[in-house]
Design a binder for this molecule. Sequence first.
Ligand SMILES: [Fe+2]
Length: 241
Amino acid sequence: MNSLPDSRPAATPQRFDLYGPIHKALRLAMNDAVRQLGRADPEDAGELHAALAQAEGLLALARSHLEHENRFVHPQLEARVVGSCAALGTEHAEHVEAIEALHDQIDDLRAAPAAERAQRMHLLYRRMAVFCAESQLHMEREESEHTTALWRACSDEELLGLDRRIQAQLPPAEMQAWLRWIAGSAPVPFLAAMLTDMRGALPPQALDPVIGLVRSELDERRWRRLCARLCLAPDAVALPG
Ligand SMILES: [Fe+2]
């Protein structure tokens, strides 16, 4: 698995959308992490630790995502429009502090006596919900004001190059995590275009696990619609073991 699809829909006059698909994935990951924290029974060790592990996974993705923006996106725009990324950069620094505080809260909950877990869990749920709400407002600014600035300053080819450089340095485990949330948050035509791109780049033994991972995030109707677009038999690819 070494590439995600171009975000620009084929044969449309739209500009390349650097943020759209990955932010959809991140919103779903955030919403699901909050949901799991909210419904986990603190007296059920399995549920509790699964929800905490999912929360840590989300925090890792959120931090990695903002670091990609800091490292790849902001320098390119700042080089052309000085000061254009200052406010978002400040928010990123605040998000890193919030992420570290949430990690500490999770560690403290794990180490807490059983009698304190329910209260600590509810506080963690609320704090995570606030972090996700603030992050989603930030993402909205990126998808509106910041995207307009990017489109003015950069060509689609330059934005596509940024996207490819970000993807090329993702570790395989992180790529799989993103793929899971993309599969759950993107429309079937986008997923079909993504997998068609991958078909051209990967041998079947590498592609089949990717399709299986996507399948695991789709209901039967969406899976069949995807198969139809890929000219694939619905039982041709197994779910992950
Ligand atoms: Fe950001």
